[in-house]
Design a protein around this ligand. Structure first.
Ligand code: ZN
Length: 288
């Protein structure tokens, strides 16, 4: 199973996308289009080109954290993170569908367990151009509250984020013994394979989330952070993990239990997605 063999999977994926590796592309949209073509021509015969068919909409993969036997963090009043993550992701899914500018897929629409590698695989299978993992984890300090956004890197931006990544990555303990063997060296190698363009796209999305949240959703201090999150390790899909708040804080937990608050979070996320893809458009105009 390829999900059990991340290194080989990652390397073959990189080799498969030689076009994107050797070409400097100006924007996530251009990258996405090139990738779409590359995927479309791989393996089977390309379909006939139809007249003035509009280009395919960018595909966004929403990933509600945890699920099934993995409850995620358990809030101060007993709320499960997996339920909050799913409810918020469903609301965002609904808003994206209504707006109609993107195609949107979810790694899980119901309450079942998916290993972290499986989530990345799903994003590749659906040819996603943006991967957003949604969480509301717990920290040791119950006083810490506010939303934050995480991107992949070898080293963590701070001790709190390092421990968060460790907890998050340990979600795979629910998957059984096959997932226990990933050493930190392997994780480092995976992280170092991440293409520079993908890293830049992820950083762009993280910045978009922070600026969209700023006026309406409380943010953690230094809200854009990074660490070695396994679920963010796609080599060619810009990926972010959004902590909508912390279940360890009673105010955050109470807010996230409310549909109206999750609606606000989702609408800020929608704005961030627009900003991300519009930023891409601006780059094209400037460089072209
Ligand atoms: Zn989580």
């Amino acid at each position: 199973m390829s999900a059990l063999n991340p290194t080989r999977r990652q390397v073959s994926f990189l080799m498969g996308s030689a076009v994107t590796l050797t070409t400097i592309l100006p924007s996530p949209v251009a990258l996405a289009t090139a990738r779409h073509k590359a995927h479309g021509h791989a393996g089977k015969k390309a379909p006939a080109v139809i007249g003035n068919a509009s280009p395919p909409k960018p595909v966004i993969m929403l990933d509600p954290g945890h699920g099934g036997k993995d409850p995620g963090a358990i809030g101060v009043s007993g709320t499960y993170e997996k339920h909050i993550a799913a409810a918020a992701a469903k609301e965002l899914y609904r808003q994206i569908k209504v707006a109609g500018r993107y195609d949107v897929v979810m790694t899980r629409a119901d309450d079942h367990f998916i290993p972290l590698e499986g989530r990345v695989d799903l994003a590749h299978r659906h040819k996603a151009q943006l991967f957003i993992s949604m969480h509301a984890d717990a920290l040791h300090d119950p006083g810490v509250r506010g939303a934050s956004v995480y991107t992949l890197s070898n080293g963590a931006s701070d001790a709190q984020t390092a421990s968060l990544a460790q907890t998050e990555n340990s979600a795979d303990r629910f998957a059984g013994p096959a997932f226990h063997g990933m050493s930190s060296e392997v994780q480092d190698i995976l992280a170092s394979l991440v293409h520079e363009e993908t890293r830049r796209g992820s950083a762009h999305m993280a910045a978009s989330v922070v600026s969209a949240f700023q006026p309406r959703i409380g943010l953690l201090r230094h809200p854009a952070r990074h660490a070695a999150f396994v679920v963010l390790k796609s080599a060619d899909i810009p990926s972010v993990l959004v902590e909508m708040g912390f279940m360890s804080n009673r105010h955050d937990e109470a807010s996230l239990r409310q549909g109206a608050y999750r609606q606000q979070v989702a609408s800020a996320m929608s704005a961030a997605i627009d900003r991300y893809f519009q930023g891409a458009g601006t780059n094209i105009a400037r460089s072209g």
